[in-house]
Design a protein around this ligand. Structure first.
Ligand SMILES: Nc1nc2c(ncn2[C@@H]2O[C@H](COP(=O)(O)OP(=O)(O)OP(=O)(O)O)[C@@H](O)[C@H]2O)c(=O)[nH]1
Ligand SMILES: [Mg+2]
Length: 442
């Protein structure tokens, strides 16, 4: 089946022009379904046979009168039901318009309305879960909690400013404590933003290393495919080979690359150049070493040098064929803190550990934190950063005992930034812009 939703003061009247049932829409009890014929209001032709759901304002998705007409789900069929509604006086909704009305009528705040769009466009289970929690109001609750701490400190400050004889000096310690409590809620949210961004946008992971260490084998093992050609001949992979993976909910573009070495073969030279570029552009590097080589070669050392300051994991492959511990130990010392994991692409051992290690490098959370809100929107992250900075400023002002008015200015600034998330203080153009980007089935 497919559903055409009508919302607005004329929804029932329009529904009566396109549906024929035993009772008119206006007499159908709220939150019930009735069997109806769906008709073309111009010709009277019976288009389809379906159900009519009635939702009376204000307890509806948009807060307005809502009718949902359920017909059979075929493209032409539903398009005709939709066209019948237009012929009966309805207008096609703009993208996000129903969510915008829900927000305007106070049925949900801005973060929740955005979650509707995120839920529909979620590409992985984890992204869907994060959107679902945001829709349930987890993020909004945390933002309000921070706001309440700020309001408590503002009340103290403003009382001291307005009634200095009665209230006395600002209690700097109490105000600092409230502001710090707000900041810690905000910083906890910000701590999830990097993972949230990766859930939303995905990441690129490049497998790099000497020829023949098993990069292509690892790509195949991680993706469960035989995407990349594997042979015992060093220099097999000549170009960047890409495969999509799902890493604990993070959409990953995994790139297998040509083995890094000096070569006179012009084709391989280009491949090596591409491998270096893929490595420097990647969000995460998997540096692949070979357990059977016994110790780190000069090329391995050169590779590990490039991991400095990068998100990286070292995979010591072929652990089935040789003792991986000597190489693992030396790699730990040389890899700038990157975790080192022994694996066997051939037998699949250590791959779960490798995936979990990569997920940890990307900031994925363990299941125990799964109920906590997650910041997945760049807009929210930006507002939280401004709120946190303003609070830092306010706390700094208190520390050096500057006038309370200055603290109040920054505290108000933080509140303003938080209000942009829930929509209380967001400017109208910004709100309109947000809803205009909503797109079903993107
Ligand atoms: N014993 C063992 N052999 C492996 C393992 N992984 C790969 N190999 C073998 O190592 C050889 C090279 O594997 P590839 O995956 O082609 O290596 P590569 O790093 O992609 O090589 P280039 O594309 O030439 O840079 C093949 O013969 C594989 O079968 C492993 O985990 N254990
Ligand atoms: Mg290869």
């Amino acid at each position: 089946v497919g559903i055409v939703r009508l919302s607005g003061p004329d929804a029932f009247a329009i529904a009566d022009r396109v549906t024929r049932g035993r009772i008119p829409a206006g007499r159908q009890p709220t939150h019930t379904l009735r069997r109806v014929h769906i008709v073309d209001p111009g010709t009277g032709e019976e288009i389809d046979d379906g159900l009519r759901a009635i939702f009376r304002s204000p307890h509806t998705f948009t807060g307005e009168q809502v009718v949902e007409i359920q017909g059979h789900g075929g493209g032409v069929n539903l398009t005709r039901v939709f066209a019948a509604c237009l012929a009966a006086g309805a207008r096609a909704a703009k993208p996000g318009e129903l969510s915008e009305r829900a927000f305007a009528n106070g049925r949900m705040d801005l973060a929740q309305a955005e979650a509707v769009a995120a839920l529909v466009s979620a590409g992985t289970v984890e992204a869907q879960r994060a959107a679902r929690r945001q829709l349930g109001g987890e993020l909004s609750r945390a933002v309000r909690e921070a706001g309440d701490h700020i309001k408590a400190s503002l009340a103290r400050i403003e009382a001291s400013i307005d009634f200095p004889e009665d209230v006395g000096e600002v209690d700097a310690e109490a105000v600092t404590a409230s502001l710090a409590a707000a900041r810690s809620v905000i910083d906890r949210l910000l701590g999830t933003a990097a993972y949230g961004r990766r859930l939303r946008e995905g990441v690129t992971v490049a497998l790099v290393g000497r020829p023949n260490v098993g990069k292509s084998s690892l790509l195949n093992a991680l993706s469960g495919t035989d995407r990349a050609i594997v042979t015992p001949i060093p220099g097999t992979t000549r170009d960047v080979v890409e495969e999509a993976l799902n890493l604990h909910g993070i959409p990953v573009r995994a790139l297998d690359t040509a083995g890094l070495r000096e070569t006179t073969d012009p084709v391989e030279q280009i491949g090596v150049e591409r491998a270096r570029r893929a490595a420097s552009d990647a969000d995460v590097i998997i540096a692949v070493l070979d357990a059977t080589s016994g110790s780190l070669t000069p090329d391995d050392h050169a590779l590990l040098e490039t991991l400095s300051g990068r998100n990286a994991v070292v995979a010591v492959n072929k652990a089935d064929a040789a003792d991986a511990s000597p190489i693992t130990e030396s790699a730990r010392a040389a890899a700038f803190g990157a975790p080192v994991v022994a694996v066997s692409a051939r037998h699949g051992s250590g791959l779960d550990h490798l995936a979990a290690t990569m997920a940890a490098v990307l900031g994925a959370r363990k299941d125990e934190g799964a109920d906590a809100p997650l910041v997945t929107s760049a807009r929210h992250e930006d507002a939280l950063r401004r709120a946190s900075a303003a609070l830092g400023q306010a706390i700094g002002t208190l520390t050096v005992a500057l006038p309370a008015e200055l603290v109040a200015v920054d505290a108000h600034g933080a509140l303003q930034a938080l209000g942009e998330i829930t929509g209380e203080t967001a400017r109208e153009e910004i709100i309109a812009g947000i809803f205009a980007t909503f797109c079903i089935g993107k």
